[in-house]
Design a protein around this ligand. Sequence first.
Ligand SMILES: [Zn+2]
Length: 64
Amino acid sequence: MQTDDVLEWTCQYCGVDNSVWVDLTIEGKQDFVEDCRICCRPNRIIVVRDYDGNVMIEARPIDE
Ligand SMILES: [Zn+2]
């Protein structure tokens, strides 16, 4: 079983692609904040792992 991965997310402010290391041993939802590597604005990152092991990543503006 894969225990970690590097996932891509898109900055909600400047549109640049960023990557983040994600611990896949955590079940369910992970919700954290990452700063964009270009504009340095914080994005809220939500990672969800379902029962089949599929991982989805979503970026949202922090003020939402
Ligand atoms: Zn940005």
